[in-house]
Write a protein that binds this ligand. Structure first.
Ligand SMILES: [Zn+2]
Length: 298
């Protein structure tokens, strides 16, 4: 009994007086990883909710306020959240800004270009790294550990909890990784096309064989000649799956596939319609795998 009281009292005193740091995360997949690391401490704020493309988003005044109030800001880096490059460079506050694509242990791939990989809207300027790093669970683990280290530096009282949460996330992600590898093995060697070259890491990790990207900017409609060119390419590809992302209108998709034998489906790299939070990451990757299988398996 006395031991129980001791435990209760020590738990009360261990309850940290320090409030959770004000953490802001750019996009849903990273927000999910940060939310998992912060479980039991607080909830990070999310900048980009919904289906807007981070490659072409325009900052709202409410976003600027969130940025100004944050103690820590996590983002992928300029190759994905292009809209954050200038605001983060001109930050008036002393917030810590962490580009998670550069976290220690994150494996980075070159952005694909040329041939079947037509210049994507991400391939802007000198930044030749493909920024969609979260689509490999091993990278998510490395990022979670970096998040834990970063948060421990600003909030030492919760350091052990951040670290334990990151390791729990790592165990879950390794399980997810093995499950996805099993589900996707059947798709090896089957070609498909994507609208937005966002799945390089996923394809690399699970041995998938995309036939290329038919690129259209998500923020403005392509011209008539562009549509003709892409339509011819899609038609020539034969009965193949063409995956769009939620940023593209269904009208555009049907205009491009008119007269072709292509099947269309959606692959979402961001979780546009998924509920933000620690569970989103696993739901997002599971759904990508499910969508690939659903379209490509007879
Ligand atoms: Zn993208």
């Amino acid at each position: 009994m006395r031991l129980l009281w001791l435990l209760v009292i020590s738990a009360l005193f261990a309850a940290p007086a320090a409030a959770a740091p004000n953490v802001l995360v750019s996009i849903k997949p990273l927000h999910s990883i940060v939310a998992a690391v912060m479980e039991g401490v607080g909830e990070p704020a999310l900048l980009l909710n919904g289906a807007a493309s981070p490659h072409s988003y325009a900052l709202k005044p409410s976003d600027a306020r969130k940025i100004a109030q944050a103690d820590v800001i996590f983002w992928t880096g300029p190759s994905v959240e292009t809209f954050l490059e200038t605001p983060l460079a001109n930050l008036a506050s002393r917030a810590r800004v962490v580009a998670l694509a550069n976290a220690p242990g994150v494996m980075r791939l070159q952005a694909r270009a040329g041939g079947v990989w037509e210049g994507d809207e991400d391939a802007n300027g000198a930044e030749a790294i493909d920024g969609h790093v979260w689509l490999d669970p091993r990278n998510a683990i490395a990022m979670a550990r970096d998040v834990a280290r970063t948060l421990a530096a600003v909030d030492a009282a919760h350091a052990p909890l951040y670290s334990a949460n990151a390791e729990r996330f790592a165990i879950g992600s390794m399980r997810l990784d093995a499950q996805l590898a099993g589900e996707l093995a059947v798709l090896h060697g089957r070609p498909y096309l994507v609208f937005h070259d966002a799945f390089h890491y996923f394809e690399n990790r699970y041995g998938l064989s995309p036939a290329g990207a038919v690129t259209v900017a998500s923020d403005r409609p392509p011209g008539v000649r562009r549509i003709e060119t892409l339509r011819a390419r899609i038609k020539a590809a034969g009965p193949i799956c063409l995956f769009s992302t939620p940023q593209f209108s269904p009208r555009l998709v049907s205009a491009l596939t008119q007269g072709s034998a292509a099947k269309t489906a959606e692959l979402d790299d961001l979780g546009a319609d998924l509920v933000p939070g620690p569970k989103l990451y696993e739901a997002l990757l599971t759904r990508v795998a499910g969508a690939l299988r659903a379209c490509m398996l007879p």
